[in-house]
Write a protein that binds this ligand. Structure first.
Ligand code: F6R
Length: 237
């Protein structure tokens, strides 16, 4: 594990964008795993800026997002498809058909999860996975549990995740209670992973995840076993 201490949020975002940019330059047809939430917004903004200036070419890149709320239409302004289109995909030269976000309106959710997992495997897996971390240690929407999940599946969101994400909705009651998420196994199979986390509020859970016992009660703790993990944070750990 490599830990990079960033000066602040912008510095963290720039370092993450530089690593992703380098990956795209090295392997133009790479497969990126992407996260949503507040943390990656600065990273996406830098990638979009560099693409608009002609420094980066997303024409052959494929992406898979970690998760999507169950029940939200892709057009819903809080769906992760909408977030990705507005924060990144609509601002870069990626082919929209090469961008994948689980379908939150799938009729057969198990089939959707299996198809998502198979599509990732069919492309020889994820080259580089970008991750954020929840206050409870979740990655993707893999909440604290009795065991580590393997592949893409449907989850019930933890109460503290619903509370944390209520800031994006008109009221807490509007936050979906379930989601589709890549499994811990899917994430761990990525060839490289970058974990970004900023702010004092993430310091304790980062320390617990990176230096504490490896346990499904702290899902991100499994990242200690990832063969190529880079953590970028403005926190002193
Ligand atoms: C979302 C995701 C989540 C977030 C986490 C942190 O796609 O993967 O694990 O990374 O909830 O969210 P923020 O960045 O809003 O603190």
């Amino acid at each position: 594990m490599k830990i990079i201490k960033a000066k602040d949020y912008d510095d963290m975002s720039k370092i993450a964008a530089q690593i992703i940019g380098a990956q795209i330059t090295l392997k133009p047809d790479c497969v990126l795993g992407l996260a949503t939430g507040s943390t990656p917004i600065g990273t996406y903004s830098m990638l979009a800026d560099w693409c608009s200036k002609g420094y980066l070419d997303f024409a052959s890149v494929t992406t898979f997002n970690l998760d999507e709320y169950l029940g939200l239409d892709p057009q819903h302004d809080q769906s992760y498809r909408h977030y990705m289109n507005s924060n990144l995909f609509n601002k870069i030269n990626i082919k929209i058909e090469n961008t994948n976000v689980p379908n939150g309106k799938a009729v057969d959710v198990d089939k959707e999860c299996m198809a998502y997992e198979n599509k990732i495997e069919g492309l020889d897996g994820i080259t580089l996975q970008l991750l954020g971390i929840g206050n409870n240690g979740h990655i993707g929407f893999n909440e604290p549990d009795d065991s580590f999940s393997k592949s893409t599946h449907c989850v019930r969101l933890a109460d503290n995740t619903i509370e944390a994400n209520a800031r994006f909705f008109d009221s807490i009651d509007m936050v979906p209670k379930k989601a589709i998420t890549m499994g811990i196994g899917t994430i761990m199979k990525a060839k490289k992973a970058i974990l970004i986390a900023n702010g004092e509020g993430k310091r304790e859970i980062l320390k617990k995840s990176l230096f504490g016992p490896i346990t499904p009660r702290v899902p991100a703790s499994i990242l200690q076993l990832h063969p190529d993990l880079t953590v970028i944070t403005d926190n002193s750990l």
